[in-house]
Design a protein around this ligand. Sequence first.
Ligand code: DON
Length: 581
Amino acid sequence: MPVHKSLLPSLLVLPLVACGVPVSGLHAADPPASESPGGLVVAAEPLAAAAGTLMLDRGGNAIDAAVATGFALAVTYPAAGNLGGGGFLVARIADEDGATRTFALDFREVAPAAATADMYLRARAEGRESASTLGGLAAGVPGTVAGLISAHERFGRLPLREVLAPAVYLAENGFNMTRRTAGFLASPGIRAGLESDPASRRLFYPEGEPIAEGALFRQPDLARTIGGIAEMGAQGFYEGEIAALLVSTMRRSGGVITLEDLAGYRPVERIPVTFPFAGHTIVTMPPPSSGGICLQQMLTMLERIGSEGAGLAEMGHNSSASLHLLAETMRRSFADRNRFLGDPDFVDLPLRRLVERGYLEELVRSIDPDRATPSADLPGGSAPGREREETTHYSVLDAEGNAVAVTTTLNGAFGGKVLVEGAGFLLNNEMDDFATEPGEPNLYGLIQGEANTIAPGKRPLSSMTPTLILTPDGAVRGVLGTPGGPTIITNVLQVILNLLVHKLPPQAAVNAPKIHHQHLPDAIWIEAEIVEDVRENLRRRGHEVRPRGWIGDFQLIWIDPQSGRALGASDPRGGGSPIVQ
Ligand code: DON
């Protein structure tokens, strides 16, 4: 398709609001967020956020902006932005008839028709130890293109060509390699993986060395692929030349996705998980994400604790008493997650029971305020899949109050490290989110949930939790989400608590140090900024405390209740930025 060169000046003059919070700013009490009188996009990479804001400037709505940002991230943030992966979208959006509704779209990858429950056990027995994480066999049938295009068909206002033009432009003309991606490419583990695939090696290590920060990075094959999608819609990806290239990549990389798998992929509209918390309504992702159900369980438990005695606010933000309670609710919710949750189209999930008040009160009563409950004493007791730490989230708000939260992933950084030759995009390794060894101990010596075993056409259980916070009258108060595997759920939990219970300003809510507990292993992971005194008090209560590097890369939009202004807060742990209209 013709490239809209006129876009470049627009991209360059957009107000690039740098996050401006240095790493030491994680300690800052009240760092500023970026403010917008109109709409804004907050994403993990500024050019991609600018692509979205450009759509708002041109009269597009939040869906146009989200789709433009999603495709641009596939170009500018290849570790996690993607065409060859999947994700979830949660929106509050005006329909064609003017009625405002909340909407959840599941474009998670599915297991190919040739997948079997024991496929990775067999691969391992044949000496292919990493088959669920590295190479073509790790890939599920991609959902991102179908998902974003269907959201655009349903709610978008601008022509698809215009919405995808920034992504085509950035792929064709190139952009300066970001520090973050350059760092990934140079890191030995990622380099070894990407260099094991000839097409990835040629793209990312053209002279035998990783593309350096600041160097012009052009992706002409990817530009053609996105240009074809702009012309033909999702068919331009799931059928014809691109589908054929994907299938021939499968042949050389040990994968099993067929033309029929691709032609048969469909995103699924789901009913969002919706529940009250602290005078607001939380709208979030249902299964096959575990995020919404766990969030509802944990917030309801914590609200219950608050109504019976000293609540989290009185205990103090990140005090040992409040972190102990957080860890205990996380432990209980993850025990349920790992035992009961999976793809709702394949397994009967006891969802009503899991969020029933009486059941959650029972869980609350089992919490000792002074003592950690050993995870072994709780039922459940299976580990989540070995989720990898690279995914990305973007939050969008338009001037009319439409809001879109999208979390998308290839699973691991650069997915299975396999690039579709001639089409320029990477394939996911999402199959590793299934319980790949049913009935057998996994790498950690744990038995994984039956609900999440592999079957053809099934979606692997996810933790991705794109979320909206609505006011009592249904207006948007917050748009949020983060990467981080299982820490996604506990991070979203803590940012909601920081905003609604501890009343922190948005940037401080994002920056605040986080903890994570996932039932097993039986330990609290804790970011460095949580002080030693608090750690010691947690140890005294019987917790094993494990230090952990940064948790997440949060992207938050918050509408200030007093001024009504939209504020964007991008996580200083990552390289993103709010871009305001
Ligand atoms: O769907 C999931 O839960 C995982 N595949 C997400 C992985 C992830 O967040 C890694 N990111 N940092």
